[in-house]
Design a protein around this ligand. Structure first.
Ligand SMILES: NC(=O)c1ccc[n+]([C@@H]2O[C@H](COP(=O)([O-])OP(=O)(O)OC[C@H]3O[C@@H](n4cnc5c(N)ncnc54)[C@H](O)[C@@H]3O)[C@@H](O)[C@H]2O)c1
Ligand SMILES: O=C(O)[C@H](O)COP(=O)(O)O
Length: 325
């Protein structure tokens, strides 16, 4: 089998696949400067005579799939394979693998870093210091940056999948109390309390959003819910901006109804003027959609995907053996 890989894929991962299947052709989209579009991908699959594809962000449309129904699998190095037409793949009987949780650790670490940073006023303190505001004689003026500890706080998650659970596992030893609202998940740990959406907003010191985008979740976090938050509570969104009504969040922050927000995602990326009203607010700590962006994520996705592909190959071999027997 010839496997075309356009995702970033480490040498060890490539070697395991070529050892098992024959040939790996490595053409990472990053060498192209951007993900391959439909036409480029069609050409690449044809030129390389690939029997399987491993991608990250390339647009694997119905057209790509219908023109290459012989593909044995499509591996997607993403938490959600949203760039692949899954219906078309299913119709052609092409197996699709993806890599849930590949960036859970990255998001969880950024959550902890930035929530603590906001609670401890790290950035305003640094700005004050670099602005040479610490004057002779005013020995206690730095105390304006006195903050709060994360230990003992209640963190309420909306959506308790890969990212929410990784955060919970990492902060439980601070210790923090964990609550979550997720109708589709049961608690993996008796210390993580499943509760209502309203209770998450009313009783948490930190409300953190980890929802996917779908018809149910778009605009789900609105004025009614945000108004239930404690005045000293922090709002965190590393998921998707479209699940939160931006005006309602901005209004709560500008009117000091909540303490502030940690934001990694925006209605427009790059941000528009209103996004910048949020980003530039002194009670907001914002990052440019980098919560899931670490170099290690590329190793994590190789490990997860290779395991899935090798298990699939093994189960195919076992089925063939059974048929022959
Ligand atoms: N900013 C970044 O760099 C970054 C990185 C990774 C993930 N994300 C985003 O974060 C979000 C969560 O990622 P994840 O990997 O944990 O996803 P996941 O699929 O593992 O978890 C999502 C959870 O939301 C729950 N859910 C679905 N609909 C719900 C609803 N109506 N109410 C309550 N819960 C609901 C699901 O049951 C699931 O447990 C996604 O939107 C993802 O795209 C962003
Ligand atoms: O925002 C995201 O969801 C991440 O940046 C990327 O997630 P992915 O693993 O689905 O590409």
């Amino acid at each position: 089998m010839r496997i075309l890989i356009t995702a970033p894929y480490n040498q060890k991962g490539q070697d395991i696949l070529s050892g098992k299947f024959g040939e790996v052709i490595y053409k990472p989209w990053k060498d192209n400067g951007r993900a391959f579009n439909e036409t480029e991908l069609n050409k690449l699959i044809d030129e390389t005579r690939a029997d399987a594809l491993i991608t990250e962000h390339d647009n694997v449309t119905a057209n790509v799939i219908n023109l290459h129904p012989h593909l044995q699998f499509i591996g997607v190095c993403r938490g959600t394979p949203s760039n692949v037409d899954l219906e078309a793949a299913k119709a052609k009987g092409i197996q699709v693998f993806y890599t849930p949780a590949r960036n859970a650790q990255a998001v969880a670490e950024l959550f902890i870093a930035n929530v603590i940073s906001l609670m401890r006023n790290t950035i305003p303190g640094w700005q004050w210091l670099t602005g040479k505001n610490w004057e002779e004689g005013a020995h206690t003026s730095y105390l304006q940056f006195k903050g709060n500890e994360l230990a003992g706080k209640t963190i309420g998650m909306v959506g308790f999948g890969a990212v929410g659970q990784r955060i919970a596992d990492m902060v439980r030893n601070f210790p923090c109390h964990i609550k979550f609202y997720d109708p589709y998940i049961e608690s993996s740990n008796p210390d993580y309390h499943k509760t209502s959406l309203e209770d998450v907003f009313e009783s948490s010191d930190i409300v953190s959003i980890h929802l996917p985008v779908n018809d149910q979740t778009i605009g789900m976090i609105d004025k009614k819910l945000i108004s239930m938050m404690k005045p000293e509570a922090i709002f965190v969104n590393t998921a998707r901006a479209s699940v939160v009504k931006r005006d309602d969040l901005l209004n709560a922050i500008e009117n000091n109804k909540i303490r502030g927000a940690v934001l990694d995602v925006f209605d427009f990326e790059p941000p528009d003027q209103k996004d910048y009203q949020l980003i530039n607010h002194p009670h907001v700590l914002a990052t440019p959609h980098t919560a899931g962006a670490t170099h290690e994520v590329e190793d994590h996705h190789v490990e997860i995907l290779n395991e899935r592909i090798l298990n699939w190959a093994l189960s195919n071999e076992n089925n063939t053996k059974k048929k022959i027997a």
